[in-house]
Design a binder for this molecule. Structure first.
Ligand code: ADP
Ligand code: MG
Length: 295
């Protein structure tokens, strides 16, 4: 490959909203046959909104929102921002949180007003022997079947609420998946979210359930990419989060959403400046064309 021809490719990339770390990264795109897509913030907007609060009998909904909101105020996760924003809008100033801890891929914990509070996946609470009462578990199931994320909230040793968070699929994601397929690539959806939500999102953009890898812990995202590589696939990965950084670095080609975190952008080979998934297809098409001209 002549450096001059590759530089032409990178110039065109800038016009298309694609920033390329160095011309040499394009060489890796030629054999890519699989494109792994992170869900939250990549296929979906990641701008989540609280749409419902379900509480166990005898539990006040504002109390649930106050404790969960105060706790989530300390987290940067898009889910946490939705909860904290809704709580502050409804209740005003929120109490401070002490002993805050992020439990990667599961949720958060901390102490609010002397209550030990947990918020996150049902498993986070179940691991600490806080089991959702049947009515609440049913609310969680219904929310997830509708493609929403359910946040279980527990305090003082019991699971007491389920918050329903909605996150919209980006309007351009379905078209992006069609374009990636047209390039002969197989799209795979990879997420820490649960399978029901993941499959609902996959169906919306045209990814088959068998190509959904769900309930993956952040440190296992890189293992999921490695597993595909071990099957002989050449993998491009598109992601935006801190939890995607290692997988972006592991992939044969890492594409970071420009709207995402610095950690993802640093780990990626390319940045999709506009946060539009269609740029992933543009990037792969452009680099193949650039490489074809110089062969
Ligand atoms: P994703 O791969 O969808 O970007 P993460 O790996 O960051 O998601 O988190 C996996 C799951 O853990 C989320 O879908 C959510 O259910 C739960 N979770 C993580 N962080 C939080 C939080 N701060 N509050 C509530 N739930 C959380
Ligand atoms: Mg994400």
């Amino acid at each position: 490959a002549t450096p001059t021809a590759l530089m032409v490719g990178t110039g065109r990339g800038a016009q298309l909203g694609i920033l390329i770390k160095g011309p040499e990264v394009l060489e890796n795109t030629r054999r890519v046959d699989t494109v792994v897509l992170d869900k939250t913030g990549t296929v979906t907007t990641g701008r989540m909104a609280l749409v419902a609060v379900h509480t166990a009998e005898g539990t006040d909904r504002d109390e649930a929102l106050r404790l969960a909101g105060a706790l989530e105020h300390a987290s940067e996760h898009p889910i946490a921002r939705a909860v904290a924003t809704a709580a502050a809008d409804r209740l005003g100033d929120l109490p401070a949180v002490e002993e805050f801890r992020n439990v990667p891929g599961l949720g958060v914990q901390g102490v609010v007003d002397g209550h030990a509070v947990l918020a996150g996946r049902e498993r986070l609470l179940a691991d600490r022997s806080q089991h959702l009462p049947p009515v609440m578990a049913e609310a969680r199931r219904r929310a997830e079947a509708a493609g929403r994320t359910a946040v279980a909230v527990g305090w003082d040793g019991a699971a007491r609420a389920v918050l329903e968070i909605a996150d919209a699929v980006k309007p351009t994601s379905a078209e992006a998946v069609t374009r990636l397929r047209a390039l002969g690539l197989r799209p795979v959806l990879l997420t820490g979210d649960n399978r029901t939500v993941a499959e609902a999102v996959a169906a919306e953009v045209g990814i088959a359930a068998e190509d959904v890898v769900a309930e993956v812990l952040p440190e296992d995202k890189v293992a999921a990419v490695r597993r595909l590589q071990a099957e002989g696939r050449v993998v491009a990965m598109v992601g935006d989060g801190v939890n995607d950084a290692a997988a972006l670095a592991q992939a044969d080609l890492g594409l970071a959403m420009g709207t995402g975190t610095d950690a993802a952008i640093e780990a990626g080979d390319l940045t999709l400046v506009r946060g539009d998934l269609r740029s992933a297809a543009d990037a792969i098409r452009l680099s193949r064309r650039t490489l074809a001209t110089i062969k």
